[in-house]
Design a protein around this ligand. Structure first.
Ligand SMILES: NC(=O)C1=CN([C@@H]2O[C@H](COP(=O)(O)OP(=O)(O)OC[C@H]3O[C@@H](n4cnc5c(N)ncnc54)[C@H](OP(=O)(O)O)[C@@H]3O)[C@@H](O)[C@H]2O)C=CC1
Ligand SMILES: CC(=O)[C@@H](O)[C@H](O)COP(=O)(O)O
Ligand SMILES: [Mn+2]
Length: 388
């Protein structure tokens, strides 16, 4: 029986993890869980999965959760960053699934690693912000980071086909999002609802907007750089609108290994939980005869400048990726709130990258300070924009 600490239980990944656990109750149990503000959903999850600790975002949420649950759960409820860290490093868990969205995932993921827990990593922002530190901590603690992100799970699987020194490059596929056929001029007026309409995946709002700007792929380039110890020049992005080929590894003999499958996050989640074995998930099989048109083409960096910004940030190094991430989180939230237009997301990130530089990628304190500064600078810029 594997006991799981689940961070972000009420989100899109969290709910899929719970689906896998429900399907294999003799293999997995939820030992601890953490969520943000969705107290109604969390209450149902606590009653069903009976974790030994549960954390919510703040004190008010903890009070509401206590009021809605029987007395036996009351002293199991914690909250805030400390609560997330307690859940992540809980002594009664064997693996931590990191699926909180955004920078809030960083400290709990580090807490899990420092407690020696293997991590199923969905929260890509952890590696974007502090990849060097996180990978060093994982090595120091002998902890495996098992990718949940579909592309990184694909690469992880394709890497099993050969020796690390024979890898020539990694090829990350991008769906291109809902706007892949639009011209820059047309992107000026796209709406929140259009941007939230991902062609292939049902995901939380932040990553869905990131997919529409292609920032998601930029964040994934940085994630891959750290997770697989690749130089950025050996990571290529290719648009593949069907999301059937989840990513590829090219070896020096010209062989290219790919992982294919239907777009369903239970597949990479289950692999992270069961590695190196595989679970009989019983999903509808991929029917290649119905995939007669698999397309691949180069991304349009002019229409989708966020991708280029991410490449520049990881090439610059230092705290630039953390600045990119913090500014992007603020800009995406502003877009979702109707405060800025679609193209202003990447403009805000670009502007913030020009203004915030100070700090070292070796210092967690510097990274957190750069994140805070980037958020402030991005917020100030957004306040001056026209659709406020
Ligand atoms: N969805 C997907 O298919 C994929 C997601 N990912 C990555 O996985 C992560 C999660 O994405 P996704 O599930 O889509 O996002 P969602 O928005 O659906 O879920 C986010 C989860 O994080 C919780 N949360 C947010 N802030 C806090 C906090 N401060 N403390 C505790 N919990 C918090 C939310 O709680 P609540 O809802 O209760 O407020 C929710 O449970 C992201 O980093 C994303 O990039 C990667 C690949 C695919
Ligand atoms: C399911 C998953 O891993 C997402 O990160 C997905 O890849 C988003 O799709 P895009 O390729 O459109 O960014
Ligand atoms: Mn992905």
């Amino acid at each position: 029986m594997k006991r799981i600490a689940l961070l972000g239980s009420t989100g899109s990944i969290g709910v899929n993890v719970l689906e896998v656990v429900r399907q294999f109750p003799d293999k997995y149990r939820i030992a601890s869980m953490a969520a943000g503000r969705n107290i109604a959903r969390l209450k149902e999850q606590v009653l069903e999965f009976q974790p030994e600790i549960v954390s919510v975002m703040d004190e008010n949420g903890a009070r509401q959760l206590r009021e809605s649950l029987p007395a036996q759960f009351h002293d199991k409820i914690v909250h805030g960053t400390g609560g997330n860290q307690e859940v992540a490093s809980f002594s009664g868990c064997d693996v931590t699934v990191s699926a909180i969205v955004g920078a809030a995932g960083l400290l709990p993921t580090l807490a899990a690693i420092r407690a020696g827990k293997p991590v199923g990593l969905a929260n890509k922002e952890t590696l974007v912000m502090a990849g060097k530190i996180v990978m060093a901590e994982a090595r120091r603690n002998g902890v495996a980071l098992l990718p949940v992100d579909s592309e990184h799970s694909a690469i992880f699987q394709a890497l099993e086909a050969g020796h690390r020194e024979d890898v020539a490059k990694i090829i990350l596929t991008a769906s291109g999002g809902p706007f892949r056929k639009k011209r820059k001029e047309e992107l000026k007026a796209v709406t929140r609802e259009q941007a939230l309409n991902h062609p292939n995946w049902a995901m939380g709002p932040k990553i869905t907007i990131d997919s529409a700007t292609l920032m998601n792929k930029g964040l994934e380039v940085i994630e891959a750089r750290w997770l697989f110890d690749m130089t950025v020049d050996d990571i290529e992005v290719v648009v593949h609108p069907q999301s059937v080929v989840h990513s590829l590894v090219e070896y020096q003999d010209g062989s290219v290994m790919a992982q294919l499958g239907i777009p369903d996050m239970r597949i990479p989640i289950a692999y992270a939980l069961s590695y190196p074995k595989r679970l009989p998930l019983q999903l509808s099989p991929l029917k290649l005869s119905q995939c007669s048109n698999l397309e691949f083409y180069a991304p349009d960096y002019e229409c989708f400048p966020a991708l280029g910004l991410a490449f520049s940030a990881i090439r610059s190094g230092g705290v630039a990726p953390a600045v990119l991430n913090g500014a992007n989180e603020v800009a995406v939230a502003a877009f979702l709130a109707g405060r800025i237009r679609f193209l202003e997301i990447a403009e805000t990130v670009a502007d913030t990258l020009e203004r915030v530089h100070e700090g070292s990628e070796d210092s967690l304190e510097d990274i957190l300070a750069a994140d805070a500064r980037a958020r402030k600078v991005a917020e100030e810029r957004i306040a001056t924009l026209s659709c406020n």
